[in-house]
Ligand binder design. Structure first.
Ligand code: C5P
Length: 218
């Protein structure tokens, strides 16, 4: 794989609905980095599994990933709780992870020339996808706060679920993501902890910006 030199690489891991995506998008825009929400790749595969269960083979997934573009990940259908839960199930499969691996690596290490670097968020980015990232963050928030945020997001998308259902689903996903054997979610020692529970989006951005500026300008 081709690797661009002298680019800024930022790796973020986080549990569901902790605000990592919003934060990653903001810093990517500010520092002109390509942004990849890797969870969306898992969600897309999960979406295909739910929609075409009879076609769902590794060969089929390989074909889908081969032609995958960031734009394909913007489909609003990927945001439902059903797709998120299925994504967390298929994410335990080593073969599926392998297929998504090279797609992620390409964005991380070989972003299009117009970008200064890359910013990826997910569950195993800091230790599996970009172990040599310039900056690593673990973004989290308490589970109730995360459930409130996800509940509001789903409501805005007119996907109606009760708060209790959303909370239960996030707890289940946490359990599955933290405890699975393959590429579990964890905070690595070299990741900076960002707890967004009591922080506004702006405050989160400023906090993370401080670390990035210190790294870039030191
Ligand atoms: O981040 P998001 O909630 O969209 O991710 C959906 C699911 O995809 C997660 O619950 C997780 O199981 C899986 N995932 C993963 N590795 C990543 C990103 C997401 O296993 N790098």
């Amino acid at each position: 794989m081709k690797k661009r030199k002298n680019i800024l690489k930022i790796a973020i891991d986080s549990p569901a609905a902790a605000g990592a995506g919003t934060l990653a998008k903001a810093i990517s825009k500010y520092y002109n980095l390509i942004y990849l929400d890797t969870g969306k790749a898992y969600r897309l595969i999960a979406f295909y599994k739910l929609k075409y269960p009879q076609k769902f083979t590794l060969k089929y997934i390989r074909g889908k990933i081969k032609n995958l573009k960031i734009k394909d990940l913007e489909n609003k259908k990927l945001l439902s709780d059903e797709v998120g839960t299925e994504a967390s199930k298929i994410a335990k499969n080593k073969n599926i992870r392998k297929l998504i691996y090279s797609f992620q690596m390409n964005y991380a290490y070989n972003p299009p020339k117009k970008y200064e670097g890359s910013c990826l968020d997910g569950r195993d980015i800091t230790y599996n996808i970009i172990p040599d990232a310039d900056l690593k963050f673990f973004v989290t928030a308490n589970v109730n706060t995360r459930a409130i945020r996800r509940y509001k997001e789903l409501k805005a998308l007119k996907k109606h679920q009760t708060f209790q259902e959303v909370l239960k689903s996030i707890k289940n996903r946490d359990k599955s993501d933290y405890s699975r054997k393959v590429s579990p979610l964890k905070k690595t020692k070299d990741s900076i902890l960002i707890n967004t529970t009591n922080l506004s989006k702006r405050a989160c951005f400023l906090k993370i910006k401080k670390y990035i500026d210190r790294k870039i300008y030191s």
